[in-house]
Write a protein that binds this ligand. Structure first.
Ligand code: HEC
Ligand code: HEC
Length: 333
């Protein structure tokens, strides 16, 4: 399918400073989802994936489904600082929203997995998440007539395999995409879709506050890994991307999260340590905590209270996907 990419470039000049500063903001709408050739979309496959995603049969004691930690009504997160898995085990990290995860080149906060197909089998087997053996799960699924029928309708052969299960879940996940928000409507020509404060915040985001250096592109992520100086106590630091690449410069670096739907995915950051967006803005304004590996782009900004509010107003225009079920890709305020 042809991708419809509208690119508007506007030149904004800052009247507050005597010397005019010029910023270019590039608008990019969320692109069409493309399904991999090795796992094309079909209605039946999407439906099978949806059933599996919401089914606690995936966990050892049938208590936990994917949706226990990725709840549609919480914008596909769980609203907790750190997720809680099987038998109340607290995980190390915050549950990211799976909205738009079909566009990502790497998955997890540290990017340790490259495809949704590979990712899907990991929480199932993880001891703290679902603690389920794949052989046992295949037997359980095969004992259910509805699953036998559905797998058979989607895939060739009657055997139910982990690969087929992963393909169905991944197909379902690729349909969970953010719809249009006030921000998109503004760029499509409805100049009153966002407030003057949000417009000022948008300029700050791409200008003085430097956010767009990393939160760039249609999903507001460069899909790269950065250490933003998040951790005040270095003894408690999660090494993040370093555990995947072994590179010292990746110590404490995490994947830049996309910001579409950000108004309803609190708490924030890989450790879920920030309860709201204002705390996030305060954090960046102060330039993060000292860290040898901190990105050079994270340094004190010097925003005043009004600028902080403007930046917040802008982030809110990127939308909420609360109760986005169904349909998933609904438009939002
Ligand atoms: C017990 C809670 C829990 C369960 C159950 C769970 N997840 Fe997650 N999920 C998480 C957490 C926490 C992370 C981030 C972990 C990390 O980055 O190390 C995550 C990450 C992800 C990501 C990566 C998103 C991104 O932006 O990189 C996807 C996709 C995902 N989960 C899908 C699933 C699917 C599919 C299932 C069911 C098969 C599932 N999850 C079950 C908690 C859970
Ligand atoms: C150097 C790159 C970089 C810059 C600049 C940057 N960010 Fe981030 N942002 C990240 C990374 C990486 C994370 C995840 C960090 C972590 O969890 O350890 C993040 C996390 C966030 C989150 C939390 C998202 C979530 O789902 O938990 C928000 C909100 C956010 N940034 C907004 C901003 C704003 C607003 C600015 C500008 C004031 C900004 N960022 C500047 C890289 C950056």
């Amino acid at each position: 399918m042809i991708q419809r990419v509208l690119v508007f470039i506007i030149i904004l000049s800052y009247s507050v400073t005597p010397v005019a500063k010029v910023e270019a903001i590039v608008y990019e709408p969320v692109p069409e989802m493309t399904f991999p050739e090795s796992n094309p979309w079909s209605q039946e496959k999407e439906e099978l994936g949806r059933k599996l995603f919401f089914d606690p049969i995936l966990s050892e004691d049938n208590t936990i489904s994917c949706s226990s930690c990725h709840l549609p009504k919480k914008s596909w997160t769980d609203g907790l600082p750190q997720s809680v898995g099987i038998k109340n085990q607290v995980l190390k990290r915050n549950s990211p929203s799976i909205l738009n995860s079909g566009f990502l080149k790497t998955l997890f906060w540290d990017g340790r997995t490259k495809s949704l197909e590979d990712q899907a089998l990991m929480p199932i087997q993880d001891k703290a998440e679902m603690n389920q053996g794949l052989d046992k799960l295949m037997e359980e699924l095969a004992s259910k007539p509805d699953y036998r029928k559905m797998f058979k309708a989607v895939f060739s052969g009657s055997e139910i395999t982990p690969e087929k299960l992963a393909m169905a879940i991944a197909t379902f996940e690729r349909t969970i995409i953010t719809g249009k928000t006030a921000y998109d409507r503004y760029w499509e020509g409805d100049l009153e879709a966002i407030s003057p404060a949000a417009i000022r915040g948008m300029k700050l985001f791409s200008g003085k506050a430097k956010c767009s250096i990393c939160h760039s592109g249609p999903l507001f992520t460069d899909q790269q890994f950065h250490n933003i100086g998040l951790t005040s106590d270095q003894t408690k630091k999660d090494e993040g991307r370093k555990s995947v690449t072994g590179e010292a410069f990746h110590d404490g670096a995490f994947k830049t999260p996309g910001l579409r739907g950000i108004s309803s995915t609190a708490p924030f950051m890989h450790d879920g340590g920030m309860p709201d967006l204002l705390s996030v803005i305060e954090f960046y304004d102060q330039g993060g905590f000292p860290d040898d590996r901190k990105s050079p782009f994270i340094s004190p900004i010097g925003l005043d209270d009004n600028e902080k509010k403007d930046l917040l107003e802008f982030l809110l225009t990127l939308g909420s996907q609360k109760n986005a079920y169904p349909p998933f890709n609904q438009d939002s305020p």
